[in-house]
Design a protein around this ligand. Structure first.
Ligand code: NDP
Ligand code: KPL
Length: 305
C-alpha cells in the first residue's frame, strides 16, 4: 500500500483540530478540512487555534472537485455522523482509508453501511483531555490513537501498517492491539461511566480522581456495560473498570469530558450512543440496566432544560 499523503478531516472540533494541527505540520502531508460553506466562513472569520497556536489549514466544500483522499478522519459527534458521511462521500476512492475517531461502538459500521463499503478499521483516541471553547482547542495530554482491524489478528494488515507509518512520521503516539473490538468496548465502558456522570454532576476530571463516591457511581454504570458486553460476546470484567481509573487520574483535573463540554455549551450530547445504547442492548438481551436508564433520562432532561 502506498504511503498516506493526502488527509481530509471532517469535524474541526476538539479532536479534529488537534489532528489537523499535528498532521498539517508534518512534512509531505497535505491536510484539508471538509466542511460546508457556513462552517468554513466561521472558521475563517473567528479562527481556530490549538493550545493558543492559530491553525492554518485548507478547506474543501462537500461539492468541490478534489482528488480522493488517502485517509479521511471523521471527528464529529455521533448525532452529526450522517451529515458528515454525506459531506465526505465525494472524496472516497478505491484506496481511501476512513478512520472514525468518534467514541462509541457503532460509528465505523454506520459509515461503512451508509457508503456500501467493506468493514472499516476500528479506531479510538484514548487518554486525551481535549477541550474546545468556540474555535479555541486546548489539551494537556495528547492521548494515544488506538486502531486495528475489526477481526482480531496479531499481524497488522497493509492499511493498518500504512496508518501506523503516517502517525509515526507525525510523531503522534499510536497503539495497534490484537483485539481492537474489545478495546473499543473498553473505551465505550469508560465513556458510559465517566462522561455521563460528569454531565450529571457537572464534574471535571478532578472529581473522578479524588471523590470516592464519584468513582463508585462510575462503577455502577460500567457494570451494566460488562453485563451487556458479555451478551454481545465481549469479555469485560471488574478488572477492566479498575484499569481505566489510572487513565483518568493522569488527565488535567480541571479539564472536562466531551459530554460535559456539550452540556455547558448548551449543545446536544451523545447520550443516545452511550446510555441509550446500553439500555437498548439490555432490552434486547433481557438484562436490567436501571443505572443507565436513569443517567439517560437525567441527561435528556438536562439537554432540554
Ligand atoms: N473531546 C475529547 O476529549 C474526546 C472526544 N472524543 C470523541 O470524538 C468525537 C468528537 O468529539 P469532539 O472533538 O470533542 O467534538 P466537537 O463538538 O468539539 O467537534 C465536532 C466538530 O465537528 C463539526 N461538524 C459537525 N458536523 C459536521 C459536518 N457535517 N461537516 C463538517 N463539520 C462538522 C462541528 O462543527 P460545529 O461546531 O459547527 O457544529 C465541530 O466543530 C466524539 O465522538 C467524542 O465523543 C474522543 C476522545 C476524547
Ligand atoms: C476519555 C475521555 C473522557 C477523555 O479522553 C473522552 O473520551 C471524552 O471526553 O469523550
Amino acid at each position: 500500500m502506498p504511503p498516506i499523503e493526502r488527509v481530509y478531516i471532517c469535524g474541526l472540533g476538539a479532536i479534529g483540530a488537534i489532528y489537523a494541527a499535528r498532521l498539517g505540520e508534518t512534512q509531505g502531508i497535505e491536510v484539508r478540512v471538509v466542511a460546508d460553506p457556513a462552517r468554513i466562513a466561521r472558521y475563517r472569520r473567528d479562527g481556530v487555534s490549538v493550545n493558543g497556536r492559530p491553525l492554518t489549514v485548507g478547506y474543501l466544500r462537500p461539492d468541490d472537485a478534489a482528488p480522493p483522499a488517502d485517509l479521511i478522519l471523521v471527528a464529529v459527534k455521533r448525532h452529526q455522523l450522517e451529515a458528515a458521511v454525506a459531506a465526505i462521500h465525494r472524496f472516497i476512492g478505491p484506496g481511501t482509508i476512513i478512520l472514525s475517531l468518534l467514541n462509541g461502538i457503532d460509528s465505523e459500521a454506520v459509515i461503512a453501511d451508509s457508503l456500501g463499503l467493506p468493514p472499516l478499521p476500528l479506531a479510538m483516541v484514548v487518554a486525551i483531555d481535549a477541550v474546545r471553547e468556540g474555535g479555541a482547542v486546548r489539551y494537556s495530554q495528547p492521548g494515544v490513537l488506538v486502531f486495528g482491524e475489526p477481526v482480531a489478528t496479531e499481524t497488522p494488515s497493509p492499511r493498518i501498517a500504512a496508518l501506523a507509518a503516517l502517525f509515526e512520521r507525525a510523531g503522534m503516539p499510536t497503539r495497534v492491539p490484537a483485539d481492537m473490538r474489545r478495546e473499543l468496548w473498553w473505551k465505550f465502558m469508560l465513556n458510559v461511566g465517566v462522561n455521563q456522570l460528569s454531565a450529571v454532576l457537572r464534574a471535571p476530571y478532578g472529581t473522578f480522581q479524588s471523590v470516592a463516591e464519584a468513582r463508585d457511581l462510575v462503577r455502577l454504570a460500567c457494570r451494566e456495560v460488562v453485563a451487556v458486553a458479555a451478551a454481545e460476546g465481549i469479555g469485560l470484567g471488574e478488572n477492566d473498570i479498575d484499569s481505566f481509573f489510572p487513565v483518568i487520574d493522569r488527565l488535567d483535573p480541571q479539564m472536562k469530558t466531551s459530554m460535559l463540554q456539550d452540556v455547558e455549551a448548551g449543545r446536544k450530547t451523545e447520550v443516545e450512543m452511550l446510555g441509550g445504547t446500553v439500555v437498548a442492548l439490555g432490552r434486547r438481551h433481557g438484562i436490567p440496566t436501571p443505572v443507565n436508564q436513569t443517567l439517560f433520562d437525567l441527561i435528556r432532561v438536562i439537554e432540554q432544560g
